[in-house]
Design a protein around this ligand. Structure first.
Ligand SMILES: NC(=O)C1=CN([C@@H]2O[C@H](COP(=O)(O)OP(=O)(O)OC[C@H]3O[C@@H](n4cnc5c(N)ncnc54)[C@H](OP(=O)(O)O)[C@@H]3O)[C@@H](O)[C@H]2O)C=CC1
Ligand SMILES: O=C(O)C1=N[C@H](C(=O)O)C[C@H](O)C1
Length: 270
């Protein structure tokens, strides 16, 4: 039987891409679409809004009632909304696929608590390419030691993005930190300005650029004396993330409660 999915934030950039991806996927059916109460999109057909024609799914502002009809929820919204949806998905015991970035460690603790009751897949990037890149970054960071190679992560996104560094940059930073056997929060340097002093050995630097319509560019630079290794990913279309999220939902369907990553879904080890 087809997996019944709800898209929350259905009117957003990713929300619309998710509706299209579900429509194109055999074995997945859109049964609900949610936006915040007061949104002018309430009552509109989610398929029409996403450009695939009417699907008979009106956008609702009642997540709890909508989740009761579904097997899973796809969530690319905001941290505050995601925490609320994690509670509802746990109550309904349905899979929750979280692409939202910018969550704090307190938010992540609430998501981990919800994962005791339902399967949750959370990732800063749902594409195959980035998750493979993370495995390569982990390997390269392990092979090239901190005394000889400095790690810097550069990302660029469209001008509407509200969080920095991107969730993907953090995911890649975690991979680099795992390769180096350090804790990212203790090693990271986020942005430089003024007389910063020379670079401290073993740190992992982050730089964020914003502008135009860039979907998502990431590079991890391992800079040594006289040579640089640059591992990059360029996303050209949001459909990439949406297809990954639908794949994660199908993978999580009827799986045991727990917090899973996209590397679990894709079977990519270090
Ligand atoms: N993990 C991944 O692979 C990817 C992650 N992302 C992340 O996904 C998130 C969304 O990105 P994007 O689509 O560009 O952002 P948008 O702002 O275009 O979309 C977010 C949508 O969520 C809605 N929303 C916010 N709060 C609620 C609520 N309480 N209930 C229902 N709907 C709500 C917004 O409505 P309103 O406009 O009214 O506030 C909006 O329609 C970001 O965190 C981004 O970083 C993006 C791409 C890939
Ligand atoms: O906000 C975006 O657009 C994106 N967000 C994710 C992130 O923060 O890394 C993934 C992707 O790069 C697009």
């Amino acid at each position: 039987m087809s997996m019944r999915l709800v898209v929350v934030g259905a009117g957003g950039r990713m929300g619309r891409a998710l509706v299209r991806a579900i429509h194109e996927t055999e074995g997945a059916t859109l049964v609900g679409a949610v936006e915040r109460s007061g949104s002018p999109l309430i009552g509109e057909d989610a398929g029409t809004l996403a450009g695939v024609g009417p699907l008979g799914v009106a956008i609702s502002d009642d997540p709890l009632a909508t989740f009761a009809t579904a097997d899973g929820v796809l969530d690319f919204t905001t941290p505050a909304a995601t925490i609320e949806f994690a509670g509802y998905a746990a109550q309904a015991r349905i899979a929750h696929i979280i692409g939202t970035t910018g969550c704090t460690s307190e938010d992540d603790a609430k998501i981990a608590a919800a994962a005791r009751h339902a399967p949750i897949v959370k990732s800063g990037n749902m594409s195959l390419g980035v998750n493979l890149l993370a495995a390569l970054v982990e390997q390269a960071s392990r092979a090239l030691n901190a005394a000889d190679f400095d790690i810097e992560i550069v990302e660029m996104h469209h001008k509407h993005k509200v969080d920095a560094p991107s969730g993907t940059a953090i995911l890649l930073g975690e991979a680099a930190a795992a390769g180096r056997k350090v804790v990212l929060s203790e090693a990271s340097v986020r942005g430089r300005d003024g007389i910063t002093g020379a670079r401290e050995e073993g740190t992992i630097g982050f730089a964020s650029l914003r502008g135009g319509s860039v979907v998502g560019d990431h590079s991890v630079i391992l800079a040594g004396a006289g040579e640089r290794l640059v591992l990059s990913h360029h996303a050209e279309d949001r459909g990439l993330f949406a297809r990954g999220a639908v794949k994660a939902a199908l993978w999580a369907h009827e799986r045991k409660p727990g917090l899973y990553s996209m590397r679990d879904v894709l079977g990519i080890g270090a």
